[in-house]
Write a protein that binds this ligand. Structure first.
Ligand code: SF4
Length: 377
């Protein structure tokens, strides 16, 4: 039976997995979906109904509600950002990723001078939010290396996110003290068996340490975190449900944390053109609408894994952040990419092109949605 509690002494992983294992989408009925759509606040039970196959025929109603909630909480603002890969070394063998340590690709790591050049090139487009990525290798990209990169970013950007290997609280504290704002850690799949199977070797095999990383980041002072499941690895409804629960219980325990969903779908990568998600556009849409209705105040990032037309069509419904001018190889903003890409993007538009496309739809692209009154550095 699905449970909800207001206790402040929450063991997030236990709560998530209890509901994750209990859910039965096949038992959800039309009445359940209609009840969820008319509810003032959306319960976990409602969330399950909105993700169920039965809700597939109510996408129009879900879209109308999601759009209204997005406007209620965020207006028509869409914050633009871009990822910057400063390295692509990785010690993990994840079956679905181009950076996996067995894949024969060109590896690289930027020097501090090169990182500064990238920061200058990106900031000249107007962007003020950056997401730094390294692949997951403590050996090649140690915490000090990431910290030096954060210091440079702080001179050019208002908001700095990190998508690196999971760390201990003290390491998050250190990176936050240098100016990092938030951390993204994707669980990829909440199904332990599938998790073990697709993470063939490397430290990422340890499910629990990864699961608890966002909590450690918040305890380390980060003001927010990004999370999501990689749709296509396992049953996408269950994984979307697990990710929603993860956000829900984290938010219950840390009400001030600024959390953000992402909904990546598997994409082809170098030496593997067959890496496809099998999750269709309608299914993807159902997931993002269900997320928005379940947690209307949460951030939502829409990546360039999705194509330009689809991103534009989804922009008003749930996203609050949209990536632009994206490169998924190492560097690539100031000169040619120095290392191979993590995955093939579907939307290669520049910052200007995406900015104008949003304006045409009556949306307001913004470069910064956060102001430090007292600088953290
Ligand atoms: S998903 Fe992350 S940990 Fe896995 S191979 Fe890719 S970069 Fe490395």
């Amino acid at each position: 039976m699905l449970t909800q509690s207001l206790t402040s002494d929450i063991h997030v992983m236990d709560r998530v997995l209890a509901d994750y294992h209990a859910v039965d989408f096949s038992s959800c009925t039309d009445e359940d979906v209609l009840e969820a759509l008319s509810a003032q606040t959306t319960s976990i039970r409602d969330f399950a109904a909105l993700l169920s196959p039965c809700a597939g025929k109510y996408l129009e109603q879900m879209a109308a509600k999601a759009k209204a909630l997005t406007e209620q909480y965020f207006g028509v603002n869409k914050c633009l950002y871009t990822p910057l890969y400063i390295a692509n070394y990785c010690v993990n063998h994840c079956s679905y990723c181009g950076f996996n340590c067995t894949n024969k690709i060109h590896r690289a790591k930027l020097t501090m001078e090169e990182i500064e050049q990238e920061a200058q090139a990106i900031s000249s487009t107007g962007l003020r939010e950056i997401l730094l990525l390294t692949g997951e290798s403590r050996f090649h990209s140690d915490v000090e290396y990431i910290g030096e990169a954060v210091k440079i970013m702080r001179r050019y950007f208002n908001t700095i996110g990190l998508e690196v290997y999971p760390m201990d609280v003290s390491e998050y504290e250190y990176l936050h003290s240098l100016g990092a704002d938030y951390v993204s850690v994707y669980q990829e799949t909440y199904d332990r068996d599938v998790y073990d199977k697709v993470h063939i070797s490397g430290p990422k095999k340890v499910y629990d340490y990864r699961f608890n990383a966002l909590e450690r980041a918040i305890q380390g002072g980060m003001r927010g975190g990004g999370l999501g499941a990689l749709l296509g690895l396992s049953d996408f409804r269950r994984d979307a449900f697990g990710s929603g629960l993860h956000a829900y219980w984290l938010q219950k325990k840390y009400p001030a944390a600024e959390l953000s969903f992402s909904v990546p779908r598997l994409r082809p990568y170098v030496n593997n053109d067959d890496n496809q998600s099998g999750v269709g556009d309608r299914d993807f849409l159902q997931v993002i609408l269900a997320y928005r209705i379940f947690m209307p105040f949460m951030g939502f990032s829409l990546s360039s894994r999705e194509n330009a037309a689809f991103r534009d069509n989804c922009a008003a419904l749930a996203p609050t952040k949209i990536s632009a001018g994206v490169k998924t190889g190492v560097g690539g903003h100031s000169e040619e990419e120095k290392g191979d890409v993590q995955f093939k993007t579907s939307d290669e538009r520049s910052v200007d092109e995406i900015y104008n496309a949003l304006l045409k739809r009556g949306l307001q692209p913004v470069f910064n949605d956060y102001v430090y009154i007292i600088d953290a550095v």
